[in-house]
Design a protein around this ligand. Structure first.
Ligand code: HEM
Length: 404
């Protein structure tokens, strides 16, 4: 239990730390990687360069600190982060290391009185314990489940299939020939990629793109080619160019809390942009495989038919299942798209499109896609006054706010 004095110090200093947020977190990561370079194997170095991840971790510590008297109120957030940590192999022994350098960074940047540092050390311990206990439970469940495992396991690629000009699926089976853990539609796995020529491993999360119940996992990966100003995706290019049938990949057991509520009977609205289609396809396939008769609306936005993955498959599903409808928006249709009119709308998916297709805002909404798409869907559903408890989304990359 923290004393009232410690709680008061924490609450009064959170705003001060937030003002110096970026400076503290930059200093923290500098200290962390200088003293523990092996952690570069775990942290996404691309996110580090973009400055996205540093903010996510520090903001979570401050958010937890503000709620230090009622940590149970942030348990949903702890669970979401815990899934990511478990999938990355974060262990109890890592917490004191992070704590040590976070406190050192606060000292270096703000230089507060000793009692403030002592209060933060105590509060960090309480927050870390909450994470450690949630994650211990997750490791146990991952291991105890039939076909499950605790840390990493080797899988081999049994099939590689091009789904569009930019997206390719990889079908994976365990090298040991054993069973695989089931999962919930919407969950992801982490791949630890050992890329030739790279000093450290690179870990990335990929949503499972098929329904559970098969003897393989399928991920569908977009090749991030990069532009003049941004480098290409390290792991996606490796997978597309250097990984083929027979290659082995190191993966962690399925994780994630962006999952389909199968007990709901409300209409199900699946909204995706680009490669964000992957978790939603898993949800669609789950509904179909289980013969669930709820209405399903599959909205998808792509550049055009060349980059649009799984379209033939989705159209077959729509033909065979009267409860499933699809809506396709192309923001940059090709000349042959323009001729054949093989889409419903030129442009982006908007609130008006949702209102035209759906009879009411009472439905379960799940969405995933690039950040601008996510922000616009979040705004649209807010404007339509959709019940917030019916809105579910997954951000590919470090957590960030969708509110503008
Ligand atoms: C991701 C918070 C401790 C390693 C994250 C994220 C948050 C967070 C908010 C982003 C989640 C997301 O994007 O979905 C925290 C808090 C901690 C803590 C509050 C302490 C109480 C640790 C420790 C480690 C660690 C001890 C291991 C050394 C990571 C890694 C990621 C991550 C590798 C993935 C992000 C990336 O690679 O870019 N953490 N974390 N975290 N955390 Fe933690």
């Amino acid at each position: 239990m923290l004393s009232q004095q410690t709680i008061d110090i924490i609450k009064s200093t959170v705003p001060v730390l937030e003002v110096h947020g970026t400076e503290i977190t930059s200093r923290f990561y500098h200290l962390l990687f200088t003293n523990h370079p092996e952690l570069k194997n775990v942290f996404n170095q691309t996110n580090q360069r973009k400055g996205r991840q540093p903010e996510a971790l520090a903001n979570a510590v401050y958010a937890a600190a503000v709620n230090i008297e009622k940590l149970e109120s942030i348990i949903p957030v702890v669970i979401q982060i815990g899934h990511k940590h478990r999938s990355l192999g974060v262990k109890p022994e890592h917490y004191p290391i992070v704590g040590q350098f976070l406190l050192q960074a606060i000292k270096d940047v703000v230089n507060p009185p000793e009692e403030v540092i002592a209060a933060w050390a105590e509060a960090y311990g309480v927050i870390a314990d909450a994470f450690i206990s949630v994650e211990a439970d997750m490791y146990n469940k991952a291991e105890e489940q039939e076909g499950g495992w605790k840390d990493t396991r080797k899988f081999k690629v049994i099939k590689k299939e091009k789904e569009s000009s930019v997206i390719t699926s990889f079908y994976l089976q365990p090298v040991d020939g054993g069973k695989i853990a089931s999962y919930k539609a919407g969950q992801y796995i982490s791949i630890t990629a050992s890329i030739p020529g790279e000093q450290y491993t690179h870990m990335r999360q990929y949503s499972l793109s098929d329904a559970p119940g098969n003897d393989y996992y399928r991920i569908s990966v977009k090749k991030e080619s990069g532009t003049d100003t941004t480098p290409g995706g390290m792991v996606s290019n490796y997978l597309h160019e250097q990984v083929s049938v027979g290659s082995e990949l190191t993966i962690s057991a399925p994780a994630g809390d962006f999952t389909l509520d199968e007990s709901s009977t409300k209409p199900l609205v699946l909204l995706s942009g680009g490669v964000g289609i992957t978790p939603l396809l898993s949800m669609l396939n789950t509904v179909i495989n289980k013969g669930i008769k709820r209405e399903v609306y599959f909205f998808h936005g792509a550049l055009n038919s060349e980059t649009h993955a799984f379209n033939g498959y989705i159209q077959d599903v729509v033909k065979e299942h009267s409860n499933v409808k699809s809506f396709i928006a192309y923001s940059n249709p090709t000349s042959s798209d323009l001729q054949s009119k093989n889409y419903d709308k030129e442009g982006f998916i908007t609130l008006e499109d949702l209102q035209n297709v759906l009879s009411s805002n009472v439905a379960d909404f799940y969405f995933c896609g690039p950040t601008p798409f996510m922000k616009s869907m979040y705004k649209a559903l807010g404007e339509w006054k959709v019940d917030p408890s019916s809105i579910h989304y997954e951000i590919f990359g470090p957590a960030e706010s969708l509110a503008e």
